[in-house]
Structure formats: C-alpha cells, structure tokens
Design a protein around this ligand. Structure first.
Ligand code: COA
Length: 376
C-alpha cells in the first residue's frame, strides 16, 4: 500500500477508574486531618513553634478550580487522615504493572474502535507525567501486553505529554518511519498528589487515555486529519516535583513535600493563559485557520477559569460548553490525559469538515497544540 505520510488520529481510548472522591468527602477527610494535626501539636502551636493548619472548603475548590469530583484507582486509605496516600500491594516482576495495566485498557479500546489489529501497530509511546519505574520502559511493557511487534519508549512532558506524544507519533508518520503509532497516557496522579496540602489536595484524578496516530492510507474512514502540531517549552519553577533517583544521595531531605507535586497556582494561571492563547493564535495563523472558525476546543483540564480565558481569546467571544467542553468537574486535573478525555467524550457529534483543537499545557512550562479536522 502506498503511504501518504499524512498523519491522522484514527481513534482514541479511555479507561476511567470506578472509584470516585467527591469534594465533600475530600474536604471532610482533609479537615479531620487538620483537626488531628492541630490537636496533636497544640502546645507547639501556642508556643509559636508550629503553624496551625487551616481547613479546606468545598466552596473554595469549586469556585477556584471548577473541580467537583475525581476518579482514583483506590479510594481507601486516601481519605483516612492517618494515611492520606494510596496503598496497594507491590506487584511482582512477572505481573503487569498497574500503570501499564490501565494503559493497556485504554489502548485496547482505541485499537478496537479503529478495527486495528495489534500486530499492525509499529510503535507505542507511553507519554505521561509519572512512570512506574525508570526501566524497562512502560511503553515496552504495554507493547508486550498488547502483542505489538515494533518499538516503544517512555516520554515525560508533564501535563503536555500526550500532545508531545501525538506530534512525535505524527513525525514518525510524516517521515515514513511508522504507519501506526499508539500514544498511551496512563496517569495515576493520586501517587504524586500531596493529599495533605491545602493548596493542591483537590486537584488531581486518575485515568488513562490512548490515541492511535496513523498514516491516512491505512486509517479507518472515520478519522481526524492532523492539520498541524506545535510544541513549546519555557522553563519555570512554578510547577515542580523533585522526586528522583538521586534523592537517596541527600537522605536529609527524603520525603519532604517537594518530592510530590507542588505549584504556585496563581502564578501558573497568570503566566500560562497568555502564553497558550498566543501560541494557539500564532499556530492557527501559520496553518491558515481562522481561530474564530474553530468548531471546538479540547483544552487541557486544569482550571475552568483558565480555559474560559483561553477560549475567549482564541474564539473572540465567551465560549459555551459545546465550544469548549469541560471534563474537569468529574475527572479533576488528569495531567496529560485531560485534553484527550475532553476529545474522546466530545467529538462524535462533529461533522465532516469541522475543525478543532486539542491543546495541553502545564509543568515545564510546556504546551502543545494539535489542530484536527474531521474527515468523515
Ligand atoms: N480551601 C479554602 N481556601 C483555600 C484553599 C482550600 N483548599 N486553598 C487555598 N485557599 C485560600 C488561600 O489561603 C488564599 O487565601 P488568602 O486570599 O486569604 O490568602 C485564597 O484561598 C486564594 O488562594 P490561591 O492559591 O491564590 O487560589 P487561586 O484562586 O489561585 O486558586 C488554584 C488555586 C490552584 C485552583 C489555581 O491557582 C489554579 O488552578 N491555577 C492553575 C494551576 C494549573 O494549571 N496547574 C497546572 C498543573 S498541571
């Protein structure tokens, strides 16, 4: 078959964990922890040696972020104020790791939707903000579990991992190095979230997504043409996670809060909104696309207010939920998976010829745009 070297999105897949935590449950647990902490440290607090913790509130969370609930792999004992971390037994080397397992579930759905046999896939990219381990790569484990003959590797660009993965996959297609590439984003963010941190305990949720990027020549009739992809990174300390293999060289700081997700949320909001809005407008211009004519924006799901502002700048008017759908309310921030969930759940109703944008942004800073047009 003659290849076109034109990359398309053939299908997507989504795995959603069955367990959820509502804001009310989350805040109740957090406030129990605060009360316990303040009682246990009452003397030190009154002596001015320790700062008392302040309670969280459902109203604040919903107003500041738009998040109402999140899915997690295991609710218990995250809500137990004595633990506030996920727990599950470590798996043996001969078992599928938990991150690979959910990646495989999302990937299978994408393959099925495209009618694609695993043996016809050439590569697997595991694009996510946290990996189970340094090696062997999660992508290779997923590749093996699916029975794919080819290659795989992991890539981490935090919240932008999936769009960076899509561009990487698209470049393989453009260069003729692959015909079919799976981009899998398993995000078990409950593992990097500091459930004891009032500023961020409400942010994240667990999920896995998969995107099948292929040469137009082999794609199913129902697919999305990729009109253009663009990536951008600008260094910032405002979203950080210092967890890493060299932590053991400094045992004095083992387990400090910076070994989990930390951010200066307000600064992120202020700096990322204009950066991303401009990037979208510039890239639309380069591709000869009128931003106002975009039928739908599938934006990164971190904050409803950020999305409102970005969509307004791009479309030139206040976007409604049909133009810029949110999944943040039920999924929370799922890091790199957010814009893909939005696309997966809100794209079937579009008509052939409709143009839209998948866009992610987050730590790094990093941002990625994927302009798409429905083919059929
Ligand atoms: N419950 C109640 N009040 C809280 C609270 C909580 N859980 N957390 C913080 N507050 C308080 C603060 O103490 C502060 O009080 P003050 O005004 O008396 O000082 C006030 O609420 C505002 O805090 P701030 O942190 O400035 O809130 P915000 O409006 O910036 O919202 C975020 C916080 C995180 C929701 C928001 O900044 C955000 O989403 N930013 C973008 C983050 C992002 O995209 N990150 C990418 C990660 S992938």
């Amino acid at each position: 078959m003659e290849l076109t070297h034109r990359p398309v999105i053939s299908s997507t897949g989504l795995f959603t964990p069955s367990e959820t935590i509502s804001n009310a449950e989350l805040v109740e647990s957090f406030n129990n922890y605060v009360e316990l902490f303040n009682t246990r440290n009452a003397d030190a607090i009154s002596a001015g040696e320790v700062e008392a913790l302040a309670p969280s509130s459902v109203e604040f969370i919903e107003k500041a972020s738009g998040i109402k609930a999140r899915h997690v792999m295991a609710k218990d004992p995250i809500l137990d104020p004595e633990t506030m971390e996920p727990r599950w037994p470590e798996r043996g080397n001969d078992e599928l790791s938990i991150l690979a397992e959910i990646g495989v579930l999302a990937a299978r759905q994408a393959l099925e939707k495209a009618g694609r046999d695993a043996k016809d896939v050439d590569a697997v990219l595991c694009a996510a903000s946290n990996m189970q381990r340094p090696y062997p790569a999660m992508a290779i484990e997923i590749q093996q579990a699916l029975g794919i003959d080819g290659f795989g590797f992991d890539m981490n660009v935090a919240c932008s991992s999936a769009t960076f993965g899509i561009q990487t996959a698209a470049d393989y297609i453009r260069a003729g190095n692959a015909r079919s590439v799976l981009v899998v984003s398993p995000e078990i963010t409950s593992g990097h979230l500091n459930w004891r941190d009032r500023d961020s305990h409400f942010i994240f949720g667990d999920v896995a997504t998969a995107v099948l990027v292929e040469d137009a020549a082999i794609a199913p009739a129902e697919h999305w043409d990729i009109l253009g992809t663009k990536l951008k990174t600008v260094f910032s300390n405002n979203i950080r996670n210092n967890f890493g293999f060299l932590n053991r060289a400094s045992p004095e700081t083992e387990g400090t809060p910076d070994k989990l997700f930390v951010q200066e949320g307000r600064k992120v909001f202020k700096e990322v909104v204009p950066m991303v809005a401009q990037m979208i407008i510039d890239e639309a211009d380069r591709l000869g696309i009128e931003p106002e004519g975009l039928r739908r924006l599938w934006l990164h799901q971190a904050n409803a207010g950020m999305n409102r502002l970005i969509a307004h700048r791009v479309l030139g008017h206040e976007a409604n939920d049909d133009e810029s759908p949110t999944v943040l309310d039920t999924y929370g921030n799922t890091s790199s998976a957010g814009s893909i969930i939005a696309f997966h759940l809100n794209s079937e109703d579009l008509k052939a010829g409709d143009t839209g944008l998948i866009c992610s942004f987050g730590a790094g800073y990093s941002a990625g745009t994927v302009f798409v047009r429905k083919a059929a």
